[in-house]
Design a protein around this ligand. Sequence first.
Ligand SMILES: [Zn+2]
Length: 451
Amino acid sequence: MIRRSLVVILIATCLAPLISADDRTPTRELLLARNQEFQQEVIRVSERVYTAVGFGLSPVSMIVGDSGLVIIDSGLDPASGRRVLAEFRKVTDKPVKAIVFTHSHGDHTGGAAALVQDDTEVWAREPFNTEQRLFQEAGLTITQIRGFRQFGVLVPEDEIKHVGIGARYFPESVSNAQDSVEPVIPTHTFSSEGTTLNVAGLELELVAANGETSDQLFAWFDAERVVFAGDNFYKSWPNLYAIRGTGYRDVYAWIGSLTSMLKKKPHHLVGGHTRPIVGEAKVLEVLTNYRDAVKYVFDKTIEGMNKGLTPDELVEHAALPEKYRGLDYLRPYYGHPDWGVRSIFTGYLGWFDGNPTSLFPLGPREQASRMAELAGGREALERAVSEASEAGQYQWALQLVDHLLRLSPNDRSLLLTKADLLDTMSEQILNMTARNYFRAYAFELRTKVES
Ligand SMILES: [Zn+2]
């Protein structure tokens, strides 16, 4: 499917444009090294806190109380939930008294059916599940297709065993009778700034923390100074915008949530994905850099917006400084700073970039036709695609081939050219959601050609 030999030659001869100047480690090596992050293991974070990583897309944590357990997040599906529970049962057989959902995303709530018992309290924050509810009300379904692409559900597995923030793990089948259970609905919610949970002899503070979602919370276990951050922290540039499509994720509030976590002076940091960070000094350093890096991008974006810059210009204006780019936990394995910049712009100002040229642009087909004319005809435009590709200017080649495809949407040769370009580019990209999206889209194009 992928022209392997071509890809290898191209990688060997071209500089990967998404590798920063201060980072000489090849993209693929970084991605392979990251497999380690998602090895299955139950990590003892502190005396009573255990975190299971690598079983599903997100970690599942257990706090052992005198008379029972509190579970933080439940993983993606009941099958992975059962595997985690079996591991926890090697430590303790105490009953599960409460489950806390850090937010409503399915990779954190989907395993709860395997963990709840008859009287388990299930805690979450209101307004729970707003994002999905809004999509459903509007009849919006494209996010599912785009989500499949983002996670590479249909692309062949290779030696990179993860999707950027978690193990490459997809539920075996939705038709698996054992797993086709109703989702677990929270039994207890709060809508204030926070609440305190007293259960199983444990005290746990739940703090409202808008960020990736508007129902996000972080849990604070003061007795052992452990913060469970939900998806407002994991080791990667945060997903300020998800390419599957999302409403605006409030970056300003997200920065505030990170500051609130810092104020707790945690000794241990359990993120919504990736392995926990243990040790006061390291947690302080990581959380501070993380907050400051996001704040830098936010502040520079707003500054540029006030100068009238457009999203394309802002991506350059608000580029992440080198001091942050070399930090592994800020590398764009999952989210990407460029997308965060664009999202902040549209989150505040909507689609209009401020340039009157953009108010009534020519339609895509009209533009394509004029581009071909400008190039000296379609054949000249096709030659320009080949030349750009041979020169390693893949993004430019992609933009040019899109013009040609607008004029000839079913041209098999053009479709395959685009697929080749996407596959080649995917090998140069550190960001796993983009990598998967490129590969998945290329797969779809090839399927279209074969049908
Ligand atoms: Zn998540």
